[in-house]
Structure formats: C-alpha cells, structure tokens
Design a protein around this ligand. Structure first.
Ligand code: P53
Length: 474
C-alpha cells in the first residue's frame, strides 16, 4: 500500500464561496461579501479600490453562492457517497461574531456549524476547519482598519477560543489562516486592508503579517490547551519557482521569490523570523514591531503540520521585460513553454507538485497536508445534464500519481489530499461560477441564474473509485 491506510482523502471549500445565506442566521457582513463579479473585482481583492458595502450596479456572487446554507445535508450525503474521509470547510467569522468585536458569540451561527460537524461525523467524515478563509468582518475593517491594527489579535483569539471550546470532540484538524502569504499580494482578502493614498505599503503589510502570525500562534497555543488532540496547521499558497534559464541571475531571482513566498510559513513552522526577511525589512525600513514577548509566543507555538494549495509551479526571470509581463498577476510568473495551461491560463505541472512537496518537507520536516489542488474548467452538460469531465480526471490522476511518488519514492509524509471545490462553487479570483472545479455540478451561472440542482459529473465516479482503492485505482 502506497498511501497510509488512514490517509485523509476528501474535498475542500470556503464558507463565502459556497454558503450564501449572507443575511440569514444573524450573520454580519464580511469583506468576502462585497467582492463584486466582473472587471472591478480584482482591484477590490487587491485592496486598491475601496468597496466596503454593496454598491449599485454590481452583482455580488457570495450573497447566494451555491446556497450550501440550505443544501448542506444533501451535499454532505454526496461527499459521503464519494467516500470522503475528510471535508475541508471554513467558518464565516460573521456567523459567529457578526461585527467581530462582540463579547458573546451568535448562537445561531455556532449551531449551524455544529449541525454540520455532527452530520459529517455521522458519515465518518473528519472535518478540517479553516478558521479564516479570506474572511474579515466589515465592521472590524471600518472601525479598526483590519489587520493593520493589533487589536485584531483579541478578536481573533475570542473567535478561536469560542470555536475550540464549542467544537471540542467534533473537530480535530484546524488551519488558522488560509494562504497566509496572500495578504502580501491581495491585502483586502488577506487582511481586510484597503491601502490609503501615500501609505507605506510594505510597512503596513509586514505589520499586518506580524499580527496574523501572532494570532495564529496564540490560536495554536489555545487549541492545544483546550484539547491536546487538536492538530493545527498553517496554510500557504505554494508552487515552487523555477529559474527561467540557468543564468545565475535567474536562479537568484527564483530563490528570492521562494523566500518571499515562504517566510510567513517559516515563522509558523520554525517559530522565528528567518534571517533573510529580517534583513529585507531593515533595508526597506519597514520592520514590524516584534517584542520579546511576541518572539517567545511565536517560538513556543509552532504548527503541527504544513498545509498548502498547489495549482501550478511558477517561473522567475531577472529580465525587466519579463517582470513587466507579469505585473498585475497575484503571483508573478512568466509562461513556462514546457507546460500546458488551463482555460484560465493556470499552467499544469504534476511533477512540479512533487517538487513542491519535496521542498516543503526539506525545509520544515513536518507532515504535509495537501488542502487544495484542482482544475478550474468550463463544463458543458449534455442533453441529459451529464458532464463528461475527462480533463478534470486527468488533472487529478496526474497530480495524485505525483503525490504517490513523493510519498513512495521520496519519503515525504503526507496526511491527506482535499481537492479544491469538490462541489462547484464561486471562484475567489474571478467571482465566476463558470470556472468550475467540482465532481458535483451545480446549476447556476455567472449572473446567478439556475436551479441550484446538484448533478454528479464523470469525475464523481472516478474519485469515488480512487478513494475506495486508497489511491491504487487511478
Ligand atoms: P480561483 C490565486 C492563486 C492561488 C490560489 O482559485 C488562490 C488564488 C485566488 O484566486 O486561491 C486559492 O477560485 C484559494 C481558494 C480559491 C482557489 O485558490 O480563483 O484558497 O479560495 O478558490 C482557486 O480559481
């Protein structure tokens, strides 16, 4: 057997991309609610354009999403039918603390997730819970400036303590922040930050990063105290950087990109700021305030495992023209001529997945958990409503093979694999419904029309067989 017998196969989602029910159950508004579909979305995501409320003339896909809020029982039954061992989901902060700074949580929100966890357990599915997946209450943004303000540590701590206490015995696997490195690229979704004109971007973002790192370490501490069974992980948008050529300048550039991508995880996994980022922060005159007490908390509360998303490898080049080409992308990468790409231009590189797993394990020597991987594609149902998504099957097959090699040949310990968007949901990057990742088709379009009916795609049966054989039948 290649895969350990308790390997956690499953699927991954995020609250705002599937729940909907944005104004139900006493829920407040979050940054994730006010991300419009359409061409203006990216500037809001990046924190370049301030949008802290619903505005006329825009469509906000998260308001209803795929209405998991009212379909969760049916959806979980489908996950169980596929044989999921785990289901990754996130908590909408605003269901638990609608404004974020209340002293008492909202019981209706707590109950909503409790019912889900109980249902998952009933099916033998272990929940894997992201405490915050690009999620910050709007009130905390308006009143305190989001994660630029250290007071966020108190609110996050209250959230984490509430969750660990209430769900003790129901949830064991936790992630503190989804793709924590995202805040450096997309500060609004990563940290609830809209940069002010003239604000020192670097200084603000490093300080916000320090606050999130502290919040993560404190949550890890509390989580372990409340239940020593808890396993708490960090989460990074991973994908190794290749040098564009063997030119030393390109190799150096790739190394720097790698540093830039991983320094937050270095802190969470090893307990201190790596030398290179401290030097860089000094050089940029943007070093955050890190007290001795902070350093101690970071050092004493490192994560139990390293989780990550992987969609593609990346290519770094030292040439100024190449840099020009990549400006505006969330993660800078020039095109790799050796790889094919998805319809959205995301390049497909299964061996890069194995390379990334190796470099993460080389660096941290902690177990890995693949919590996102998948193909965003256009699916066209036939007349009977069936989607023959062989392209998606191929993508997962090749990536699972690469993961098998990382485990089997390279000896990398991996706890599990959750495919991104196991049921079709709203794309974080584009706000589209058309960019589908699921094994389950959801009848809904980019404008919000559709019956919301769930239908199994061809990949549903394939994934089911694959799990039943514990990764042997690919
Ligand atoms: P979408 C960009 C690059 C890498 C990961 O992305 C990213 C993004 C954001 O677009 O985010 C993760 O939906 C994220 C998920 C997201 C998924 O990748 O743009 O954790 O919320 O949906 C896929 O295709």
């Amino acid at each position: 057997m290649t895969f350990p017998k308790d390997f956690l196969w499953g699927g991954a989602t995020a609250a705002n991309q599937l729940e909907g029910g944005y104004n139900e159950g006493g829920r407040g508004l979050g940054n994730v609610d006010v991300l419009p579909a359409g061409p203006d979305r990216m500037s809001v995501v990046l924190g370049e354009r301030e949008m802290l409320d619903f505005e006329e003339g825009y469509y906000y896909p998260a308001q209803k999403a795929i209405d998991f809020y009212h379909h969760w029982k049916e959806d979980i039954a489908l996950f169980a039918e596929m044989g999921f061992k785990t289901f990754r989901m996130s908590i909408a902060w605003t269901r638990i603390f609608p404004k974020g700074d209340e002293l008492e949580p909202n019981e209706e929100g707590l109950k909503f997730y409790e019912d889900i966890f109980i249902e998952l357990k009933k099916h033998g599915i272990e929940p894997l819970v992201t405490i915050t997946h690009f999620d910050c209450p709007i009130h905390l943004i308006k009143k305190y400036g989001g994660w630029r303000n250290r007071i966020m540590l108190d609110f996050y701590e209250r959230l984490a303590r509430t969750l660990f206490t209430r769900y003790k015995g129901l949830v064991k696997y936790w992630l503190t922040f989804n793709e924590i490195n995202m805040l450096l690229h997309a500060p609004f979704i990563g940290a609830g930050i809209v940069l002010k004109p003239g604000e020192d971007r670097k200084k603000t973002l490093y300080q916000a990063a320090h606050h999130e790192l502290m919040a993560s370490a404190i949550a890890t501490k509390i989580g372990h105290e409340i239940d020593p069974e808890n396993q708490i992980g960090c989460m990074v948008a991973a994908g190794d950087y290749y040098p564009n050529t063997p030119k030393p300048e390109d190799v150096f550039e790739a190394m720097q990109e790698q540093h830039h991508n991983l320094w937050l995880i270095d802190v969470q996994a090893r307990g201190s700021y790596p030398h290179y980022i401290l030097k860089q922060m000094e050089r940029e005159d943007a070093k955050p305030e890190i007290s001795d007490a902070d350093a101690k908390i970071l050092a004493e509360n490192t994560v139990d495992f390293i989780s990550f998303s992987y969609y593609s490898s990346r290519v770094a080049s030292s040439s100024p023209e190449d840099k020009e080409k990549t400006a505006g992308n969330i993660f800078a990468s020039i095109e790799n001529p050796y790889l094919k790409a998805s319809e959205w231009g995301w390049q497909i590189d299964p061996l890069g997945f194995r390379i990334t797993m190796n470099s993460l394990y080389d660096r941290y020597q902690k177990p890995l958990f693949v919590v996102e991987n998948g193909l965003g594609a256009v699916d066209t149902p036939d007349e009977a409503g069936h989607v023959q998504d062989d392209y998606r099957i191929d993508y997962h097959r090749e990536h699972i093979k690469a993961m098998r090699d990382a485990i089997d040949i390279d000896g990398v310990p991996v706890m599990g694999y959750t495919s991104w968007g196991c049921i079709d949901l709203i794309s974080a990057g584009t706000g589209e419904m058309k960019k589908r990742y699921g094994f389950i088709y959801v009848d809904r379009d980019n404008e919000g029309n559709g019956s919301l009916k769930r239908t199994k795609k061809a990949s549903f049966d394939w994934y089911k067989r694959m799990i039943a054989s514990n990764g042997e039948d690919l």
